[in-house]
Ligand binder design. Structure first.
Ligand SMILES: Cc1cc2nc3c(=O)[nH]c(=O)nc-3n(C[C@H](O)[C@H](O)[C@H](O)COP(=O)(O)OP(=O)(O)OC[C@H]3O[C@@H](n4cnc5c(N)ncnc54)[C@H](O)[C@@H]3O)c2cc1C
Ligand SMILES: NC(=O)c1ccc[n+]([C@@H]2O[C@H](COP(=O)([O-])OP(=O)(O)OC[C@H]3O[C@@H](n4cnc5c(N)ncnc54)[C@H](O)[C@@H]3O)[C@@H](O)[C@H]2O)c1
Length: 487
């Protein structure tokens, strides 16, 4: 325990009756997506539960994450479609964005989603929710803000993650935005620096740019979005650069200047830009501080995250489990909710162990077109098949003919193991491929499925045929090997 933590421990107020510990089979720390799922699963499996959270404001997803970001992206898409109308011979005249109306819709819909999440918390049985932080005082005991203690048969840590705000961005005051403040702005800035081209940076940089903001996107890495395939990254870069300036492989410095921020960068290139605000999207470390984990008696990895088994979410042979972003495995919504279900079920079942096979890894970044990464890649000794959407039939019809796809398959049978793509309807192609990969389908088996014409899905055929051609398994012989117009 640090001195500061010891001080906090000593100063925790004592509630009358604090000497009587609260007891339960499973205590869950954090009422976000993962924690709510863990509590539900533990209770459904017969455990008595306590759910501890200092706020109970609903989830990160609803308040500051998935939902407000998709609402802003939806507004940007509406504006972009209007901008594209000329391609189809439709003259819409001049376009004006009403900042206040646009941002109010983002916030009011966001508030509605958050209220729905809070409503679901309201329906939990009486006595389960405790409004407090929780800190470990031992492997099976917690202390609350008011000094009460909790003794639990098992404990699930589901405390999520928080936006990193490293130097020099921490000195910019409210000129630096993170995912918590960016949806609160009253007007769109004229210019915006976006530092970090992970999912948050890519999605919001493109949305703001398409709403008319002059965006400069910077990353210390040479590839945006951690994209594995050079072809797909090339297509992503071309798409992003259409709307903004992109500088990769650079160290970024920032200082307050005039009423905005001066950004300077060096490395692969040097440059500077004066921007109104900076969105800092350089990662989200797990929320572990203040949990007094050192008292929990569990081993942690080099970055301080408790070592855990993804099949059970259990930390070693302790009665402590992880769920959601705090586990730092795949900080995504569907994984947080799956983690929670697995952790809650196993926590209730202790000492029995129920192992779950995890989903194939699957991430969609909601750029336009969407960027998708699934499963394993070439690095794992795969056969590859590629497709370009630059002249694909249906994509061309829609005026959305850009993008690239790389499929990875294992020799000798052409079993699909992964994919990288940026493509129109990418989120739907991604689901088809993720489901096929999860079911261990081969390229031949997927080719034996009906493909409607003309669709974006037809774009998959070329990549699948290349993989079939590279394996001893022949192309399906009862099928036409030609390509329909634009297919
Ligand atoms: C801008 C943005 C966009 C995103 N978009 C997507 C998307 O489109 N698709 C997708 O799949 N994922 C997306 N994500 C990721 C997704 O939102 C997260 O993976 C998911 O919400 C994590 O859920 P969680 O339960 O782990 O965390 P949270 O929902 O943050 O829950 C953690 C809870 O722990 C509580 N807590 C913290 N410390 C303590 C303590 N000491 N004691 C008690 N309680 C504590 C907090 O109050 C909080 O309620 C996005 C994230 C961001 C930031
Ligand atoms: N559509 C989605 O599913 C979605 C959307 C948004 C966020 N998320 C989740 O939220 C998580 C966090 O998102 P994120 O975009 O903040 O993090 P990230 O880890 O995905 O990307 C961070 C980026 O910042 C760069 N970076 C780090 N430090 C830097 C520095 N000092 N200067 C310049 N660049 C720097 C990194 O190279 C990296 O490209 C993601 O991992 C993702 O799981 C998901």
């Amino acid at each position: 325990m640090t001195d500061a933590q010891a001080d906090t421990a000593n100063s925790l107020p004592q509630k009358p009756g604090a000497s009587q510990p609260l007891t339960c089979d499973v205590a869950v720390i954090g009422a976000g997506t993962a924690g709510l799922a863990a509590e539900r699963a533990a209770r459904a499996n017969g455990a008595s539960t306590l759910l501890i959270d200092p706020e109970f404001i609903g989830t990160l997803c609803a308040n500051y994450g998935c939902m407000p970001s998709k609402l802003l992206i939806a507004a940007a898409r509406a504006r972009h479609q209007v901008d594209q109308a000329g391609l189809f011979g439709i003259d819409v005249g001049s376009v004006a964005v009403d900042d206040a109306a646009l941002l109010n819709r983002v916030r009011s819909e966001r508030d509605r989603f958050a209220a729905l999440t809070r409503d679901s918390i309201e329906t939990l049985p009486d006595g389960i929710c405790i409004k407090s932080h929780a800190r470990f005082t031992g492997p099976d005991t917690l202390v609350l803000d008011d000094g009460r203690t909790v003794k639990a048969g098992a404990i699930v840590i589901a405390t999520g993650s928080g936006a990193a705000l490293p130097a020099p961005f921490d000195m910019l005051g409210d000129r630096a935005l993170t995912n918590r403040s960016v949806f609160e702005i009253e007007t769109l800035p004229d210019s915006l620096g976006v530092v970090g081209s992970g999912s948050i940076g890519l999605e919001l940089a493109q949305a703001f740019a398409r709403l008319g903001v002059k965006v400069t996107l910077l990353d210390k890495a040479e590839r945006m979005g951690n994209v594995r395939c050079a072809r797909v990254h090339g297509a992503l870069r071309k798409i992003m650069e259409r709307d903004m300036a992109v500088h990769l492989g650079v160290d970024v410095d920032a200082e307050c200047a005039q009423s905005g921020v001066r950004l300077t960068w060096s490395g692969k290139e040097t440059g500077e830009a004066l921007v109104d605000r900076v969105l800092v999207a350089v990662g989200r470390p797990p929320t572990l501080e203040g949990l007094w984990l050192e008292k929990a008696g569990i081993a942690c990895d080099d970055s301080g995250v408790p070592c855990h088994d993804r099949a059970t979410m259990r930390c070693g042979d302790s009665a402590i489990f992880l769920a959601g972003d705090v586990a730092a495995d795949f900080p995504l919504l569907h994984e947080a909710s799956h983690d929670g279900a697995i952790a809650g079920r196993n926590a209730a079942a202790l000492p029995a162990e129920i192992r779950t096979e995890r989903y194939v890894s699957f991430a969609i970044t909601f750029t336009d077109p969407p960027l998708v990464s699934i499963g394993k890649s070439e690095e794992h000794g795969a056969v590859t098949g590629t497709t370009s959407f630059d002249d694909q039939g249906r994509a061309r019809v829609e005026g959305r003919d850009e993008g690239a796809l790389t499929l990875y398959a294992a020799a000798p049978h052409g079993t699909l193991i992964g994919a990288d793509l940026i493509a129109p309807a990418g989120e739907h192609l991604g689901h088809i491929l993720a489901w096929a990969i999860q079911h261990k389908m081969t390229a031949t088996q997927l080719l034996q499925m009906p493909f409607y014409h003309p669709t974006i899905e037809e774009g998959l055929k070329k990549a699948l045929r290349t993989i079939c051609g590279a394996t001893p398994i022949a192309l399906p012989t009862d099928q036409d090997s030609g390509t329909p117009s634009g297919g």
